[in-house]
Design a binder for this molecule. Structure first.
Ligand code: F6R
Length: 241
């Protein structure tokens, strides 16, 4: 595992952005695994800015998002579909059929999980996966206790995940209780992984991740089984390391 220490969020975003852009230049048909939330927003701003200024093209790039809430319509401002449009897809030249996010409003959710897992395989797997980390160590929405062998599945969100994400909603009650997420095995099949972390609220999770045991009780620890993980984290997130 490689660790890139940065001074702050802006530098973390820049380092991650540069790696992604380099990969796209060397493989314009890359499959990118994408995350939502506060962590990757700065990276997405950097990619959007670079596209505008330097013209890096995403026309052949495919994207696969990690997760989506169950029960929110695609156009709901809190859906991850909406987030990705606002923060990334609307600013780049992705082919509209090349961006993929689980459908949390599907009639048959079990079938949707199977479809999504199959889709990842059809795309030849994820070349470069971007991950954030939850305060409880979740990756995607794989909460503590999720088997490392899991594929795309339906999850019940942990109480502290709903509390953490309630900052985007009007109230805690409005935060969906379930989501579809790529599983831990699905994530580990990615050829390369960038784990991003910023801010003091991630410091304990990063300490456990870097120094703790490998355990299903701490989902991010599964990444230690992977051969090509780069952690990009800022000073506040690394304050115990
Ligand atoms: C989002 C996701 C989650 C987040 C994590 C951290 O697609 O899969 O694992 O990466 O909850 O969220 P932020 O970045 O908002 O702190």
């Amino acid at each position: 595992m490689r660790l890139i220490r940065t001074e702050n969020y802006a530098e973390m975003s820049l380092e991650a952005g540069k790696i992604i852009i380099d990969k796209i230049h060397s493989n314009p048909g890359l499959t990118l695994g994408l995350a939502t939330g506060s962590t990757p927003k700065g990276v997405y701003d950097y990619l959007s800015q670079d596209h505008k200024v330097n013209g890096t093209s995403y026309h052949q790039v495919k994207s696969i998002n990690l997760d989506e809430y169950i029960g929110l319509k695609v156009q709901d401002p809190n859906s991850y579909h909406y987030f990705m449009g606002q923060n990334l897809f609307n600013h780049l030249d992705f082919h509209e059929n090349h961006t993929h996010i689980p459908n949390g409003a599907a009639g048959d959710l079990e079938q949707e999980c199977l479809r999504y897992e199959q889709l990842i395989k059809e795309l030849g797997g994820v070349d470069l996966q971007i991950l954030g980390i939850g305060q409880n160590g979740h990756i995607g929405f794989n909460e503590p206790g999720t088997p490392f062998s899991s594929q795309t599945h339906i999850v019940t969100l942990a109480k502290n995940t709903r509390e953490a994400n309630s900052r985007f909603f009007n109230s805690l009650e409005d935060v969906p209780t379930q989501a579809i997420t790529m599983g831990i095995a699905s994530i580990l099949e990615s050829k390369e992984i960038l784990l991003l972390a910023s801010g003091e609220r991630k410091a304990e999770a990063l300490l456990k991740f870097m120094n703790g045991e490998i355990s299903e009780e701490f989902p991010a620890s599964a990444l230690k089984h992977h051969q090509n993980v780069t952690v990009i984290a800022d000073r506040d997130a690394l304050k115990y390391i």
